[in-house]
Design a protein around this ligand. Structure first.
Ligand code: GDP
Ligand code: MG
Length: 458
């Protein structure tokens, strides 16, 4: 197979787009159909990611006559859709996502979070394909389950084809307004140069899904061979820190390169400094049991990239999602590794206004914190930040924010992004006069803060 010939790792794919465009449904559809038909073919739903082996993709794309050589061993699709997973997937300063799917609802066109996603993709210089989803909602659409889009389109009436073209043209124009050239993928001669590909899809009846899968694996293998060359050097990112019954605090990681072993000594970035610990267990959900018994895991002695893995180890309570995990090798200098591990954190901390006037910002992960800081910095927004934190809002965060009461009252504010606010923190804030705005969409935080400021000025 192409696998040994090229020795590429599986590309990692993120899914992004506005709420309700069908991101979750698309993943369900990619994952589900074959499982339902009893052709799971080795699909494993892992921690935060779903792994699709090449063989499975080959089968699903048969009618596109591409069964020759897929070159990559499979495709790892990140399961937690949204900006958060994208911003979290970074390692050593760069984005971890090899390619992204940007989902657009054909009936709605570009929406606010579509543009927010586009900006993130541009910033990280990440290539993407556009899934123009919900084509089955075109009036009079005739379902052709799991067919290629060209074939499905031929089955449609002239009216449907006309409506499709009208809406497609509209979407292409809207992308153009954002400075992005787009074209139907099978007509796109300039893919990768300056024109992004559009794949019309339905996550309900499955039209266009084969096209999307094939485009992702072929395109990544063709253009990213160097980037995808498998390396023994461990490259790994913490996606989530989670407490799991019977396992204590665990971390869900994406292993991009290299191999992890039970017993490996690892170093992770923590709120109070580097955490040095050893891997007690390498876990993936038991593929046979996961539907029936939630929280049942399969243990591994070792796991090779690219995969999603749950790691059980001691002392992970203060680990920070969105940072890199390092493995301590026999020849490594412990201090160097500890230094490297804290680098992500330092680079984000370094952006905070040192002269000390600004709001207090709290986010769920380093990645989401970074995205929020970037947003607050843009000229249209321009809100200074004096302090930052990661994790839920506690009393001590309110204390820190309250310092502004004497300097600049409107900045005695906590912008809490995708985190919970503890009850006693809320009470203390009310007592001392600190405002807390909480939201899980960046724009909503900004809107709330703006209304507050405008009211103060009146
Ligand atoms: P997300 O917020 O982007 O994850 O969107 P969801 O996957 O939750 O989908 C939002 C809604 O749109 C749900 O009611 C889905 O059933 C529906 N939906 C998603 N994809 C399609 C599609 O291709 N066709 C139709 N008709 N509905 C869809
Ligand atoms: Mg969803």
């Amino acid at each position: 197979s192409g696998r040994s010939e090229y020795n590429l790792r599986s590309p990692i794919c993120c899914i992004m787009g506005h709420v309700d465009t069908g991101k979750t449904k698309l993943l369900d559809c990619i994952r589900g159909t074959n499982v339902q038909q009893g052709e799971a073919g080795g699909i494993t739903q892992q921690i935060g990611a779903t792994y699709f082996p090449a063989e499975n993709i080959r089968q699903r794309t048969k009618e596109l006559k591409a069964d020759a050589n897929l070159k990559v061993p499979g495709l790892l699709v990140i399961d937690t859709p949204g900006h958060e997973s994208f911003t979290n997937l970074r390692s050593r300063g760069s984005g971890l996502c090899d390619i992204a799917i940007l989902v657009v609802d054909i009936m709605h066109g570009l929406e606010r979070q579509t543009i927010e996603s586009l900006n993130l993709l541009k910033m990280r210089n990440t290539n993407f394909v556009i899934a123009l989803n919900k084509v089955d909602r075109l009036y009079g659409w005739k379902a052709c389950h799991n067919a290629s889009i060209v074939k499905a389109m031929k089955e449609q009436s002239r009216d449907v084809q006309f409506e499709f073209r009208t809406r497609l043209t509209q979407v292409v124009t809207e992308f153009k307004e954002q400075g992005i050239n787009t074209e139907l993928y099978y007509k796109n001669k300039n893919m990768g140069k300056d024109t992004f590909s559009i794949v019309p899809t339905s996550a309900i009846s499955g039209e266009g899904i084969p096209d999307l899968l094939l485009l992702l694996v072929q395109w990544t293998a063709k253009t990213m061979a160097a980037r995808l060359a498998y390396s023994n050097e461990v490259q790994c990112t913490v996606l989530e820190v989670k407490v799991v019954e019977g396992h204590g605090t665990t971390i869900d990681v994406i292993l991009v390169n290299g191999e992890l072993h039970e017993g490996d000594q690892i170093v992770v970035c923590g709120m109070q400094g580097p955490i040095v610990t050893s891997i007690r267990a390498l876990l993936t959900p038991d593929p046979m049991k996961e539907l029936r018994v939630k929280g049942s895991y399969e243990h591994h002695k070792k796991i090779k990239a690219a995969q999603g893995i749950k790691i059980n180890a001691q002392g992970l309570e203060h680990a920070i999602a969105g940072t890199s995990l390092y493995v301590m090798g026999p020849d490594d200098d412990a201090e160097d590794i500890k230094e490297a591990v804290m680098e992500d954190m330092r680079s984000v901390m370094g952006r905070v206004n040192k002269c000390g006037e600004g709001v207090y910002v709290q986010a769920s992960t380093l990645g989401s914190l970074e995205a929020l800081l970037d947003f607050l910095k843009t000229p249209e927004v321009s809100i200074p930040v004096s302090g930052i934190g990661i994790g839920n809002v506690h009393k001590q965060d309110v204390m820190k924010a309250s310092v502004m009461l004497e300097k600049k009252k409107e900045y005695a504010t906590i912008l809490a992004f995708d985190v919970r606010v503890a009850q006693d923190a809320r009470e203390l804030a009310d007592e001392v006069g600190v405002e807390i705005f909480a939201a899980d969409i960046i724009y909503h935080l900004f809107d709330q803060f703006k209304v507050y400021i405008d009211n103060l000025k009146e």
